[in-house]
Design a protein around this ligand. Structure first.
Ligand code: HEM
Length: 142
């Protein structure tokens, strides 16, 4: 069972952090498009956010599952400070992700506008948080 949870954790990682990298590349490669065309494209590309949601849910669900199997306090002791930092960063990720979803909904309602213009910056913050979590996890569980 633990192995299944770890596989789900890595699939969640591929989906979640992979979405951040994909969005960044799409943002860079569409810079030269006319504003109206770019707006249409980015509104469609926001559908990738579904993969990000599934990835984050898989990470949290499988992560908590692994902790439950090992024992919560035993895992906290095993992972030490780096694991505590990882959990704090995951909490920050959840908040930023919620804000991102709110911006996507607003951008769809308004057909672009300031919400769409803010999306890339918030996406970058989320990607940096994701990378920081991977670094903390690697240090914690080596
Ligand atoms: C509540 C959320 C989370 C919990 C409770 C959690 C818990 C865990 C646990 C217990 C392990 C150790 C697995 C093992 O090696 O046996 C682990 C590994 C890992 N986690 Fe998480 N995790 C969470 C969220 C995340 C997120 C959001 C990411 C990435 C963005 C992430 C990335 C990783 C990575 C890369 C490893 C493998 C580290 C290694 O084996 O060197 N985790 N996690």
């Amino acid at each position: 069972m633990y192995t299944v949870l770890l596989v789900l954790h890595f699939l969640g990682l591929a989906l979640g952090v992979g979405t951040g990298f994909a969005q960044m590349t799409l943002g860079i490669s569409t810079r030269a498009l006319a504003p109206a065309e770019r707006t249409q494209f980015m509104l469609r590309a926001a559908a990738l956010g579904k993969n990000g949601s599934i990835g984050l849910l898989l990470l949290i669900g499988s992560g908590l599952g692994m902790m439950a199997q090992r024992g919560f306090s035993a895992t906290l002791q095993w992972g030490g400070g780096a694991f505590h930092a990882k959990l704090a960063l995951v909490a920050a990720m959840v908040l930023v992700f919620g804000y991102l979803q709110m911006l996507i909904a607003r951008a769809r309602r308004e057909g672009g506008g300031p919400a769409l213009a803010t999306l890339p910056k918030v996406g970058q913050v989320l990607l940096l948080l994701g990378i920081a979590v991977v670094i903390c996890a690697t240090i914690a569980f080596q």
